[in-house]
Design a protein around this ligand. Sequence first.
Ligand SMILES: NC(=O)c1ccc[n+]([C@@H]2O[C@H](COP(=O)([O-])OP(=O)(O)OC[C@H]3O[C@@H](n4cnc5c(N)ncnc54)[C@H](OP(=O)(O)O)[C@@H]3O)[C@@H](O)[C@H]2O)c1
Length: 200
Amino acid sequence: MYTHTMIIGGTGMLRSASLELATRSRRLTSVARTRRSLSTLDRDWPAGAGAHDILSLDWTMPGLFLEGIKHHVARTGGPDLVVAWMHEDALTLRIAARLAEDSPIPHFFHIIGSAKVNPLKIADSLRMSAEATNLHHYHQIVLGGHGSGRRVRWLTDWEISRGVLQAVERQKSMYVVGTLERWTGAPIDACDYQVRRGYR
Ligand SMILES: NC(=O)c1ccc[n+]([C@@H]2O[C@H](COP(=O)([O-])OP(=O)(O)OC[C@H]3O[C@@H](n4cnc5c(N)ncnc54)[C@H](OP(=O)(O)O)[C@@H]3O)[C@@H](O)[C@H]2O)c1
């Protein structure tokens, strides 16, 4: 059971992961841009789940975004689990660093998409930055596709949410959801990739 889980960008494709983690957390903070998406998630909050705090913040205003999170954490206490799905990778690392200033975060999961650029390249570069700033407990979840050859398709929201939950449970440095065949030319799964790259 987590004391305080924080999910950034968890009201869309990660919705079912948010609702599941709610049942495994005493408190869960959802951070998203609009009150509308946050309220919709709150409406479906499972009975018996932990308290739900909603934070409406826009990451296109990084200063205000970071301050909003910092202010919230000063009131509630730091999270012991963070899952971040943002379209701003550099800002994600800044949040991880800022949260770690006050209290160590046991686990920070950074979700990396695979829309245009090989996500493994992005992941490697982000990992180097995280190591340079001594970010401990930094995990990456890389979103791949489903299927192989010409039949590769995007993962569904449910597949992504389920993969994210598995990644949180397994606590690997890097976890690939689905396949990265489009980028690697061969089927590859999380364990395989970890072995090849020497990740734990
Ligand atoms: N396989 C892959 O690699 C991959 C990668 C990317 C996307 N996809 C697919 O594409 C679909 C759409 O993905 P998506 O990321 O656009 O949507 P999404 O995950 O469904 O929603 C984005 C989340 O981020 C929040 N958000 C967006 N802009 C924000 C901002 N400026 N400040 C703070 N929070 C913000 C949203 O809150 P609000 O709704 O309140 O704005 C929401 O919680 C997904 O359903 C998925 O299937 C797949």
